[in-house]
Write a protein that binds this ligand. Structure first.
Ligand code: FDA
Length: 408
């Protein structure tokens, strides 16, 4: 070995990426007595964990099921999710007396800032004797005979096993890169084309001009694209639409297709209008609608309807049933064509990634290249919003760390 090779440097495992999946994998392998090194190119460990969940990290979801994940192979995630459940992670959280709360059904958030999760992982890593080096620029990765060799500008690190936990493209300011995908290609592994997911929609200039007055308004709504639907809030923004329901549907949305939104779910608006017409015929249409919907939205939508019919706000007595149905449908069946998404700049995750056909679902090891593992977001498994992506990171990291071969 040359001097440039780290003297004590044959590690059992090198993990590339000190995010959720990489740290969990390193801790699990370290606890089994393997000599582990984690390398990351950023100046701070776990940047995404720190910013997640609005700063309070939605670290898991108690209702995690395979149906909460999207992948070319929907069965792939099952084994890992079964071997490391939300309750396993919760046990760790409770070991550190970290306070948490359930925000929506099953979604667990920290009560204190998300840094507490990073601190917990670092403590676990230290106890498992895992070495972590940050600000390491990976220049090349090679497999020479049975040894992986990782070159940085000033050092070469070697290991029997290599784990790629470098995540996807989402939010490049956190250090996200396509490194894992490039590395997979280098080893001749197939990549499912990637795109931004859990991401706000943008509007085209005309639509944006029309919707501009609603910017900042949030509405509880039912958003659907084909068979996929979510009922959560929708937020009008100065660029288009956001909010949890929009982020959720963005994962299933193919560009160029319309989505449909019911801004008044669980209310038969047409029936309410007919009833109001019968009981209070002198009341204005807008007066009834603002009982169920934001005032600004009602004004804007009705302005469109009145212009179309060359009429103006009128009392219910002078509205035909057909007109009332059209008015109700404007809010109940609003069809909208997003211009696109805000892209990786703000996307919470990357859809697609290393083809699961290339990996063992039990161990995350490459079927083609022995000793090479992929865990976390870099793999073609994308969770819905609500703590599922971290659960995938923990579970896939654990699967690799647990099953990788120990020293002979
Ligand atoms: P992750 O991206 O976390 O880590 C990858 C690591 O690899 C990084 O440390 C990076 O620096 C490093 N790396 C990348 N390229 C490299 C290179 N070339 N050389 C060396 N190192 C490299 N999920 C959830 O379940 N609950 C939540 O509350 C949230 N909230 C949330 C908010 C925001 C704003 C975002 C962007 C994302 C979320 N997520 C989330 C998603 C969640 O953060 C994500 O799924 C996991 O962090 C993925 O974990 P990984 O370890 O796979 O990648």
């Amino acid at each position: 070995m040359t001097e440039n090779h780290c003297a004590e440097s044959l590690f059992d495992v090198i993990v590339l990426g000190a995010g959720a999946a990489g740290l969990m994998c390193a801790i699990t392998a370290g606890q089994r007595g393997l000599k582990v090194l984690v390398l990351d190119h950023t100046d701070k460990i776990g940047k995404k964990i720190r910013m997640s969940g609005g700063g309070y990290c939605n670290f898991t979801n108690l209702n995690t099921e395979p149906k909460n994940f999207i992948s070319q192979n929907p069965h792939f995630c099952k084994s890992a999710l079964k071997s490391y459940t939300p309750f396993d992670f919760l046990k760790l959280i409770e070991k550190y007396n970290i306070a948490y709360r359930e925000k929506a059904a099953g979604q667990l958030f920290c009560v204190e800032k998300a840094k507490i999760i990073v601190d917990m992982l670092l403590q676990e890593a230290q106890e498992a004797q895992v070495k972590i080096q940050i600000q390491k620029i990976i220049q090349s990765v090679e497999k020479i005979q049975d040894i992986f060799s990782i070159k940085t500008p000033d050092q070469t690190f070697t290991a029997r096993l290599l784990v790629v936990a470098t995540g996807g493209y989402s939010v490049p300011t956190t250090g996200a890169t396509g490194f894992g995908f490039e590395l997979a290609r280098q080893f001749d592994l197939n990549i499912i084309p990637t795109r931004a997911a859990l991401v706000p929609f943008t509007a085209d200039p005309d639509s944006l001009e029309q919707l501009q007055p609603l910017s900042g308004i949030g509405v509880e709504a039912h958003v659907c694209y084909e068979k996929y639907y979510f009922e959560e809030s929708v937020l009008f923004t100065h660029r288009g639409l956001s909010g949890p329901a929009i982020l959720q549907i963005s994962t299933y949305w193919p560009p160029g297709k319309k989505i449909e939104i019911d801004f008044c779910p669980h209310v038969d608006l047409y029936e309410k209008l007919i009833l109001a017409k019968k009981e209070s015929p002198t009341v204005f249409l807008s007066t009834v609608l603002i009982y169920f919907l934001p005032k600004k939205m009602v004004s804007l939508w009705l302005e469109y309807l009145f212009t179309k019919h060359k009429t103006e706000n009128k009392n219910l007595a002078s509205c035909s049933h057909t007109f009332l149905l059209e008015a109700a449908n404007l809010f109940k069946k609003w069809k909208w064509l997003p211009a696109g998404t805000e892209g990786y700049r703000t996307a919470e995750v990357t859809w697609g990634g290393v083809d699961t056909n290339e990996l063992s679902s039990k161990t995350m090891e490459s079927k083609k290249v022995s000793g090479l593992y992929f865990v976390g977001e870099v793999v073609d498994v994308t969770g819905q919003l609500g703590g599922f992506n971290f659960q995938w990171a923990w579970a896939s990291g654990y699967a690799a760390g647990k099953h990788m071969p120990s020293r002979k």
